[in-house]
Design a protein around this ligand. Structure first.
Ligand code: GLU
Length: 447
């Protein structure tokens, strides 16, 4: 396959929220637009906090959003690759053992800060001789392993932030391998990006600080130019400016779905907030992909109001054609010759999709008619036209009722709507009436 190769790389230590969906969709849309490949990569090297259940849940959440990976991998299956890369870096003299305890490191950092120096690791471990290491080893001390940064300026052209530069002399040599031999996030991520041919890393701006290090490691392992392109997008924040966390329960994809928010409303808010495009309802992911452009993403915080998800859900439902909801309707036994007309008739009157069940009862089941004026309703019933009924029936019928009773306006229409639907507002009766049919309509007017 040609086109960009991108990846969304969640840690399966919780379910994803709308802010994570932003990253997932950015990647997915970039791939979808250009006929590229979208990889779902589970960063599950933290064996204590990662679970298979969370991973499965994230797959469900993504599928609901319309994000389907071409390939799914998990880092826990790929550890030998990381071990081989670590050996390569050791052989190159770029990965060195360090024995400081956290306590020692904290103490040294505080001393530096007190002297007004940047709290950077002093590379003391690099000065250890073979004999020092042997002695520490014989004392039972186990090393962690640090990558020896080249103290030069790393520059990259960020897909969102433009020209970026980081002076690596201002960074501590990053720890890549823990004492117990397990890998921190950095090395596995670089190895996978190279090994899977990732061309574009699109992720939240909270990762900008990792980029220079990752570029250096990629170049050490695979040569100059081996690093992918990077784009760091702004993060979604709520109306108060606070960021989202895995604990933002109500904004998890699972709870948004359960509360009746439409997937495409979530997608539109997740993608279009904080960009030069106005947040608006879309009828499909393809439509979103066609308008999406990383260059439109702003560098300011992407503030959104969760309440907008409700209004956007209503507008989204109005945009959905019958084909895109046929299966969802069928799941509620809304099937048959009228199903399409029914959908087109009611889709503008739904707060959430499940409201279709109420309206289906109105056209195909039993309801409690509301009779405001029994005499008037009886007269209206006697004037009901013969079938077949179509969209002109309502007009013809109400003209006859108007002529027969002298009523007009709300006095004419409102009692009829209440009796026929049991509700005081809803879809156009001209469209709804043929779906209700003559027998039901007459029965509701004369209960
Ligand atoms: N697992 C990392 C995260 O969830 C991935 C970061 C990246 O995309 O490189 O933040």
């Amino acid at each position: 396959m040609s086109g960009p190769i991108v990846r969304f790389a969640p840690s399966p230590t919780g379910r994803i929220h709308i802010g994570n969906a932003r990253t997932a969709l950015f990647n997915y849309l970039v791939a979808a637009r250009a006929g590229g490949t979208f990889i779902l990569r589970f960063d599950d090297t933290d064996l204590e906090r990662s679970t298979a259940e969370f991973a499965a849940g994230i797959e469900v959440d993504l599928a609901w959003l319309g994000v389907t990976p071409h390939l799914t991998v998990k880092q826990s299956d790929r550890v030998p690759l990381y071990a081989a890369a670590a050996e390569r870096l050791k052989a190159l003299g770029l990965l060195y053992p360090a024995y400081e305890t956290q306590g020692e490191l904290d103490r040294r950092r505080k001393l530096k800060q007190a002297r007004g120096l940047p709290p950077i690791y002093d590379r003391a471990a690099l000065a250890l001789s073979e004999a020092d290491r042997a002695r520490l080893g014989s004392e039972g001390r186990k090393p962690h392993w640090r990558f020896k940064l080249d103290h030069r300026v790393i520059e990259w052209m960020d897909g969102v932030r433009g020209a970026c530069r980081i002076d690596c002399a201002s960074l501590s040599d990053p720890v890549l391998v823990r004492e117990d031999g397990s890998f921190l996030y950095t090395l596995p991520s670089v190895v996978d990006d190279i090994e899977l041919g990732v061309t574009d890393v699109i992720r939240g701006e909270d990762h900008v600080t990792n980029t220079a290090v990752q570029i250096q490691i990629a170049e050490a392992l695979a040569g100059e130019g081996a690093a992918p392109r990077f784009a760091h997008h702004n993060l979604l924040v709520d109306a108060t400016g606070a960021g989202l966390s895995k604990r933002s329960g109500a904004l998890s994809i699972a709870s948004l779905r359960d509360s009746g928010v439409e997937a495409l409303a979530v997608a539109a808010v997740a993608v279009l907030t904080g960009s030069s495009d106005e947040v608006h309802a879309v009828g499909s992911i393809v439509e979103l992909a066609q308008m999406f452009d990383l260059a439109h993403v702003s560098r300011n915080a992407a503030k959104f109001d969760p309440a907008d998800l409700r209004t956007l859900t209503q507008r989204t439902l109005l945009k959905l054609d019958f084909e895109s909801v046929r299966e969802r309707l069928a799941a509620h036994d809304i099937v048959g010759a009228h199903a399409e007309n029914f959908w087109l008739c009611v889709r503008g009157n739904l707060d959430r999709f499940l409201d279709v069940c109420d309206w289906w009862r109105v056209v195909d089941g039993e309801i409690e008619p509301v009779i405001e004026d029994a005499d008037f309703c009886r007269v209206a019933a006697t004037l009901a036209p013969d079938e077949p009924w179509d969209e002109t029936t309502w007009g013809a019928w109400t003209s006859a009722v108007k002529a027969g009773t002298g009523r007009k306006g709300r006095d004419l229409f409102h009692p009829l709507r209440l009796a026929l639907t049991g509700k005081d507002k809803g879809p156009e009766l001209a469209k709804l009436l043929p779906l209700i049919g003559r027998a039901r309509a007459v029965a509701r007017l004369t209960p």
